[in-house]
Design a protein around this ligand. Structure first.
Ligand code: ZN
Ligand code: FE
Ligand code: FE
Length: 276
């Protein structure tokens, strides 16, 4: 079984990369990609653990692009762990995340919910390439008793248009696709069914988008069918995975092995990735 969308604790997942790989092995997966948000920090540990576990590891990343103040997630897959242009770009992405966390913590303080900024930022400092974001702010809000769950924090304060929301300054989806391609990788539009922006897809295809994530826990059978038709009509590569963030993360359906990429789609993906 194949899963090309997994998170570890170098971004907002719960498990260390090695532990995640062992859980994948136990769930019967044979090919995985670790796709943390805006960082490759989990690659080396995951690759080493995958070699021990005897499963194939594909280096991946999930980059947050911005379009009209909205986040558009673009997955990038690479034929090897050397993707030179990528690292500088991701460093800028993470720097903007820290700026944003500072501003959002400031807004929460103005709303009567002070947080210890240093301890929120310390999480990022604990690993040089760890990504920081709203989930960590939400966790700090839970710890202070301001909200009960991450979702409550997003719905009431941190989500788009909510009082503590601060817009990202990021690259456009087209720029991210270009960067991934120029780094020797293959870009895939992540979970388009969650975006509700199908109208942007034709322009992204024209801009060189080679793949779409068709299989995702938030895609119901009708949505899978819709993107399946689109990828067939536009001759795009199909990707998919669980978007696993940890068994206790509360994200999606957290069972490894339930959402997987069919073998024939993976074969086409792999042919394209290694032809890059
Ligand atoms: Zn995430
Ligand atoms: Fe995503
Ligand atoms: Fe994800």
């Amino acid at each position: 079984m194949i899963d090309l969308h997994l998170h570890t604790n170098v971004s907002d997942g719960c498990d260390e990369p090695g532990a995640l790989v062992r859980a994948c092995r136990a769930a019967g997966l044979s090919v995985i990609s670790v796709t943390d948000h805006d960082t490759t920090a989990g690659w080396d540990e995951a690759a080493a653990a995958a070699a021990v576990a005897g499963i194939e590891f594909i280096p991946g990343v999930e980059i947050t692009a911005v379009l009209d103040d909205r986040d558009v997630h673009v997955l990038g897959y690479f034929p090897s762990r050397r993707a030179p242009l990528l690292e500088d770009f991701l460093e800028d992405q993470r720097a903007d995340r820290i700026r944003r966390v500072r501003e959002m913590v400031g807004r929460l303080a103005a709303l009567g919910m002070p947080l210890d900024l240093a301890s929120v930022l310390q999480d990022a400092a604990s690993h040089p390439r760890r990504t920081l974001g709203r989930p960590q702010i939400a966790d700090a809000m839970i710890a202070r008793g301001y909200v009960a769950h991450r979702n409550d924090a997003f719905d009431a304060y941190l989500g788009h248009g909510r009082p503590a929301f601060v817009a990202r300054r990021g690259a456009t989806p087209e720029e991210v696709i270009d960067l991934i391609t120029a780094s020797g990788g293959l870009a895939s539009l992540a979970h388009p069914g969650l975006l509700d922006l199908d109208e942007i897809i034709p322009a992204l295809i024209v801009a060189g988008l080679p793949a779409i994530e068709v299989f995702h826990p938030e895609h119901d059978p009708e949505t899978v069918w819709r993107y399946r038709r689109l990828t067939a009509a536009s001759r795009l590569i199909v990707t998919g995975g669980s978007d696993f963030h940890g068994a206790t993360s509360g994200h999606h359906d957290c069972t490894l092995g339930r959402i997987v990429l069919p073998r024939e789609d993976f074969e086409a993906f792999r042919d394209r990735l290694f032809a890059c």
